[in-house]
Design a protein around this ligand. Structure first.
Ligand code: BGP
Length: 476
């Protein structure tokens, strides 16, 4: 008997801009992701003003899922997944973002893709905004610093809900909405916000204002989704990186609490429908004055989510005692290396127990169903002379994380809906634009400059995951 529920959602996760390519196909407009260059190893990507000659923009072609999806969906079915998480590229549906009518050709692409999945019994888990928005909304309106974005987003959401009523059962509004907590970075890779900062601007205040508009838009989308399709479920999506105290020094413990507040208040608003006291106090202390109306507060209260989708890759640690008590948190400076865990080649600290901790943290706080919508190990793969890809490191990572999630269910009573490992087919990295940072169980023969045959093949982890799904998580 499996410890997981019988209807457990076993799947794989991707995002439109990281695999589709076809950046100008079917009337698609230019998105923020389309103007992001590839970064050097572990270096952030650059945002160029528009598409410039001489730069490499990996999202333009990506793995050409736009044209090759029938073959890929057949492979997904062979893998045995019963759900597929992807996103709808906003710029396919509203190429500039502020049109009144949607682009029919863009919708047609998703009609066909979703029908292909349904024909194989694969349920759809769809993110509305996954690090991709029409670039015109940035240049013309300043992205989410502008209240007008709420209406543009809702127009997009309404079209999607109406069109895919009865087809898409699980929705999410904004991918990793809380990654904006790191506002020291320019908008890559946190392109949900479309924020470009000018020198001398108060980045923090702008980030909080943008986040507020996004949260209102999300809440209104939740309400709308329930009206259009009462059978659909709609959740939020949080980047969960638990922040541990470096030691049992009380200042470290308190520092970790403050850091968790600053990173996860977004989940409070999504799930409880109001701003937590610790944030209201923070805004007052920092004299951050936000445009928040009574109507916004009502919208937030009404549009609380049905479930919590979250990504989990790693954990962080923080030292609070160095300069006295920690009241403020700056993600770019305050984190320290955890001596108890190893890290990937990209410095991501590998910590399966952190997943069990994260599940418990969400369950304790919100008592909502949970859905692990991203988890995985980015690594360089070698293809043998026979064309095989042996990836024991990936299997080891995934196995330990599935075990941790099973423990959270079996021992802690966590209500877990499903698990969709990230990038289960190799795709373009969001953070660096590389192909060589691979997460897939399905290999795609393309290098960092997207040279190669593009052929798909199965890694050892493909067969491992197939068995896991077949046995509902019993055979690891
Ligand atoms: C999450 C994003 C994904 C994704 C993943 C891996 O933050 O939701 O879009 O790509 O992380 O990150 P990367 O591609 O930078 O390795």
């Amino acid at each position: 008997m499996s410890v997981l529920r019988e209807d457990f959602l076993w799947g794989g996760a991707v995002a439109a801009h990281q695999l589709e390519g076809g950046w100008q196909a079917g009337g698609k407009g230019v998105s923020v992701a389309d103007i992001m260059t590839k970064g050097a190893h572990n270096e952030p990507r650059q945002i160029t003003p528009g598409v410039q000659p001489g730069y490499h923009y990996p999202n333009h072609e990506a793995i050409d899922f736009y044209h090759r999806y029938p073959e890929d969906v057949a492979l997904f079915a062979e893998l045995g997944i019963n759900c597929f998480r992807t996103s709808i590229a906003w710029s396919r549906i509203f190429p500039k973002g502020d049109e009144l009518e949607p682009n029919e050709e863009g919708l047609k692409f998703y009609d066909d893709l979703f029908a292909a999945c349904q024909a194989k019994g694969i349920e759809l888990v769809i993110t509305l905004s996954h690090f991709e928005m029409p670039y015109h909304l940035v240049t013309e309106y300043g992205g989410w610093r502008n209240r007008k974005m709420i209406d543009f987003f809702l127009r997009f959401a309404r079209v999607c809900f109406n069109r895919y009523k009865g087809v898409v059962k699980y929705w999410m509004t904004f991918n990793e909405i809380n990654n904006q907590a790191n506002y020291q970075e320019d908008f890559a890779p946190f392109t949900n916000s479309g924020l470009k900062f000018e020198p001398g601007e108060d980045r923090e205040a702008i980030m909080y204002q943008a986040a507020h508009y996004e949260l209102v838009a999300s809440a209104k989308a939740v309400t709308l989704c329930h009206q259009v399709d009462p059978d659909a479920k709609i959740g939020c999506m949080i980047a969960m990186v638990p922040i541990y105290p470096y030691s049992c020094n009380p200042e470290d413990m308190m520092g970790a609490t403050v850091a968790m507040h600053r990173r996860y208040w977004f989940a409070d608003v999504h799930c409880k429908g109001h701003y937590p006291n610790y944030m209201n106090t923070y805004f007052a202390r920092k004299e951050i004055k936000l445009d928040i109306t009574q109507e916004d507060l009502m919208d937030l209260r009404e549009g609380t989510v049905d479930y919590i989708g979250f990504s989990y890759y790693m954990s962080f640690a923080i030292k609070g005692q160095d300069n006295g008590p920690l009241y403020d948190y700056d993600e770019a400076h305050d984190l320290v290396k955890n001596p108890y865990v190893k890290a990937s080649d990209w410095g991501w600290q590998i910590d399966p127990t952190g997943l069990r901790y994260a599940l418990n943290w969400f369950a304790d706080r919100y008592e909502l169903p949970l859905f692990i919508v991203e988890n995985g190990f980015g690594a360089v793969d070698e293809v043998t002379a026979e064309g095989a890809i042996h990836d024991p490191y990936r299997i080891e990572y995934l196995k330990a994380h599935v075990q941790a999630m099973k423990d959270a269910v079996a021992y802690d009573g966590v209500d877990l809906m499903g698990y969709t490992p990230w990038g289960f087919i190799d795709l373009v990295s969001a953070g660096t634009g590389e192909m060589k940072k691979r997460y897939g169980m399905i290999y795609v023969d393309l290098d960092d400059y997207l040279q190669g045959s593009g052929n798909r093949s199965k890694k050892d982890s493909f067969y491992w995951y197939q068995k896991v799904i077949e046995t509902n998580g019993e055979s690891l």
